[in-house]
Design a protein around this ligand. Structure first.
Ligand SMILES: [Zn+2]
Length: 265
């Protein structure tokens, strides 16, 4: 019987993703740091708040290229206190405006002020939202079990370098690991601690054993992995999607290409 495990792209077993809210001007400096180290981020935007400190829409396509633009609701209300109809409007209208800018489906969310409840969670799939980040830190690298209550490994002000060091040193391949960092780019200016992020990116960036991805990139990949169609005797797999999924078969990396049947020899 073949021993088949799901892997991240190229057979990796560690993934890193970053999640930053509010779309303020410090995103420019943050994106630059990410780009220097091949790190991918998700930027959660309130498309209904336009003021001096927010990145103008005209800059989005260039600035956030290669990263994810996601929702943070239209006007940043504490949605737990809002009527559900208002929550629907806040999410859908944000999606519509962001999709006009990106020309792509926008399917991610982070809860403004970390506010949510069970009713709101149940609503989100019907609004086209595939995941939503909450506030708080796990300080571990486990994969999320509920994408609508996705808790990060750490905020960048909360043991980032220590957690990053532990992440880089992980080498056991029995498990898949995800490090997920969150925050707001304006906090680096406020706290005068850009060097924390610069050091972190130098530490974790540009490594062969880490998959750098956006929040939705992670969700989509894991969704594809779950949708693979394996033969009952475990000697082949059909990938019904367009993009590849990587497997470890008897400790050998196998690429299950999109739209193809792959036999394990
Ligand atoms: Zn916010």
């Amino acid at each position: 019987m073949n021993k088949v495990y799901i892997c991240f792209p190229q057979g990796k077993h560690k993934a890193l993703t970053m999640s930053y809210d509010d779309g303020k001007e410090e995103d420019r400096r943050l994106v630059k740091i990410f780009n220097q180290h091949g790190i991918k981020g998700t930027f959660h935007i309130n498309s209904g708040i336009r003021d001096q400190v927010r990145i103008p829409f005209e800059e989005y396509a260039g600035l956030y290229e290669g990263h994810e633009i996601a929702c943070h609701t239209l006007t940043h209300p504490t949605i737990e206190r809002c009527p559900l109809e208002k929550v629907v409007y806040e999410v859908l209208e944000d999606r519509k405006r962001l999709e006009k800018l990106t020309g792509m489906p926008v399917r991610g969310l982070s809860y403004p002020n970390g506010s949510y409840n069970e009713e709101i969670k149940r609503l989100l799939p019907a609004l086209g939202i595939r995941y939503s980040r909450i506030v708080g830190d796990t300080h571990d690298f486990k994969l999320p079990t509920d994408y609508y209550e996705w808790k990060a490994t750490c905020h960048h002000n909360n043991n980032l370098l220590e957690d990053g060091k532990r992440f880089v040193e992980l080498n056991k391949k029995q498990y898949l690991y995800l490090m997920y960092v969150w925050g707001h780019s304006y906090e680096f200016s406020r706290d005068d601690n850009w060097e924390v992020m610069e050091q972190f990116c130098r530490l974790v960036g540009g490594r062969d054993d880490i998959w750098y991805t956006t929040n939705i990139g992670f969700v989509d990949y894991m969704e594809r992995a779950k949708g693979l169609q394996f033969g009952a005797d475990n000697t082949f797999v059909y990938n019904p999607y367009a993009a590849s999924v990587f497997l470890s078969v008897n400790d050998r990396i196998v690429e299950a290409k999109g739209g193809e049947l792959t036999r394990f020899e």
